[in-house]
Design a protein around this ligand. Structure first.
Ligand code: NAD
Length: 502
């Protein structure tokens, strides 16, 4: 049973203030650790979406003409405020998503890295110039912002995923409409308030709360020039198809089914630690979580025993307490994940650690499911074929490296993968042969640092451009080439002051 503890309403944000909108639909926001409804989030109607997009459109001309020096100063101010106050944001994330406070702080730090990367926008936006390309003719290339851009985020990283995109978008001179997941709507408003405090002009960063209605307006409204989407694969495909059909630049990051291969020569203790961390961290609700462990050769019994030993001691509980792993995001999602465990067991998988009857350190109505380890999983079981997005680690046993590689390369997803080995030759072969966008060698969750780019292959990303890094700068700008000839150049005027940027 769910109970309501407060009637807090979370609304939209435009022109540096909250905007209630005229939409009459609301969705409940729940604390997953208590099961209680803690607020209602506004679900935009089309008129609300158009109003927020109009604010971003109106703010664009002045923001794109704001000097890089001034834009960078605001980014630095935002970075300082975020760094000083991130504990507040972590509390918001934990109260709506359920992850441990330390994990929430971890995602903020990874988002902050992108802010820090974007503080170097002056260097990143430098174009090229060729003098005398023809006689007295110079050619220069420059990159300019796109205009108002849309960002559509999933529930599992309420701060980090939006921060993969908006620091670079804003630094490059675009204006932003962020549509957070309706399950975790408050972090976006907190970030919007921080931008206002940092001195960002009204209309540059806006928040549109809602569901498909809000998304559809972003995808079809002419003012929006690009879409950065992160979420499940079916919605990513829809967003990519609809956004590109409406002339937009789209990067749509989808779901995942990440495999880790453990070779017989690997350090099995290191591998077992890594599997527990990557399989159960954030209750498996990470797009880079390891979901399938592929044990090669005769190590499987020993490896499974080591993982079991580490898993049985994990504490599932309220993210604000001293636990290891929090609840799942909603009751419906918890029930869905649990049903995959039931189906795996019925299909013949061995339940080595069973999280279904977990005694959590938290309220009885929390959406609990403990870490679950399944052995002897086969590729026809739904627990293997589907993205589960919960604390379920499936062990698939194979005889050779080639069989393991074939499993990964024939999987429709290609987000992240890892290999555990002490054999440099095998690792090098793997990095060369595996058809996945982000590869870890003895690193279970190989999330690239902000100055590289994040993104998967195959059904894990639709579009050409990955998130952040140099690819992010390219996504949020477009190139222009200027060819110039001056017959009689002259510069007049006297100013003895030291030249300043302003
Ligand atoms: P989701 O696809 O349900 O929702 C993502 C966004 O799409 C939300 O903002 C939601 O409001 C919106 N949306 C939902 N249904 C829609 C519809 N019918 N039409 C238009 N918009 C719709 O995803 P989620 O459950 O919030 O997040 C989990 C998923 O995100 C998992 O599949 C996970 O793998 C994926 N994910 C991927 C990455 C990555 O980098 N590839 C990162 C994080 C999460």
């Amino acid at each position: 049973m769910t109970t309501t503890v407060a009637t807090r309403t979370i609304s939209h944000w435009l022109d540096n203030q909250e905007f209630a909108g005229t939409g009459e639909r609301f969705a409940p926001v729940t604390n997953p650790a208590t099961g209680q409804v803690t607020g209602q989030v506004a679900l935009a109607d089309t008129a609300d979406a158009q109003r927020v997009i109009a604010a971003a459109k109106a703010a664009f001309p002045a923001w794109r003409d704001t000097s890089i020096a001034k834009r960078t100063q605001i980014l630095f101010a935002f970075r300082e405020l975020l760094n000083a106050r991130k504990a507040e944001l972590a509390e918001i994330i934990t109260s709506e998503h359920g992850k441990m406070l330390s994990d929430a702080l971890g995602e903020i730090s990874r988002g902050q890295e992108v802010v820090e990367f974007a503080c170097g926008i002056a260097h990143l936006l430098k174009g090229g110039m060729t003098e005398n390309a023809s006689t007295k003719v110079d050619v220069a290339s420059i990159r300019q912002p796109l205009g108002p851009v849309g960002i559509i985020a999933p529930f599992n990283f309420p701060a980090m995923v939006p921060m993969w995109f908006f620091p670079i978008a804003i630094a490059a001179g675009n204006t932003v409409v962020l549509k957070p997941s309706e399950k975790v709507p408050t972090a976006a408003i907190w970030l919007a308030e921080l931008w206002a405090e940092a001195g960002l002009p009204a209309g540059v960063f806006n928040v549109l709360q809602g569901d498909k209605t809000a998304v559809d307006e972003l995808l079809t409204n002419k003012a929006i020039k690009s879409i950065s989407f992160v979420g499940s694969t079916p919605i990513a495909e829809y967003v990519y198809a609809t956004g590109t059909a409406h002339g937009k630049r789209v990067q749509a990051l989808g779901g995942a089914k990440n495999h880790a291969i453990v070779l017989p020569d690997a350090d099995l203790d290191l591998a077992a630690d890594a599997m527990v961390n990557a399989g159960f961290g954030s209750a498996g609700e990470r797009c880079m979580a390891i979901s399938a462990l592929v044990a090669v050769g005769d190590i499987a019994d020993e490896l499974v025993a080591k993982i079991k030993e580490r898993t049985v001691g994990l504490v599932t509980g309220d993210g604000t307490r001293n636990a290891d792993m929090g609840p799942l995001v909603t009751k419906a999602h918890r029930d869905r994940v649990k049903s995959y465990v039931d189906a795996g067991e019925a299909a013949g998988a061995t339940v080595v650690v069973d999280g279904r009857g977990v005694r959590a350190d938290g309220e009885a109505d929390g959406f609990w499911l403990g870490p679950t380890l399944l052995d002897n999983v086969t590729t026809d079981m739904s627990v293997y074929t589907d993205e589960i997005f919960g604390p379920v680690l499936s062990v698939v046993r194979v005889d050779t490296y080639d069989e393991a590689l074939d499993l990964i390369n024939s999987n429709p997803y290609g987000n992240g993968t890892a290999i555990f080995t002490n054999d440099g030759g095998a690792a090098r072969r793997f990095q060369n042969e595996v058809e996945v966008g982000m590869v870890g060698i003895n690193v279970p969750i190989p999330v690239p640092t902000a100055y590289y780019s994040f993104g998967g292959w195959k059904n894990s990303l639709f579009g050409d451009t990955h998130a952040h890094g140099v690819e992010g700068v390219h996504f949020f700008t477009r190139g222009k080439v200027v060819t110039t000839r001056w017959q009689d150049p002259s510069q007049r005027g006297i100013n003895l002051g030291f030249p300043q940027n302003n």
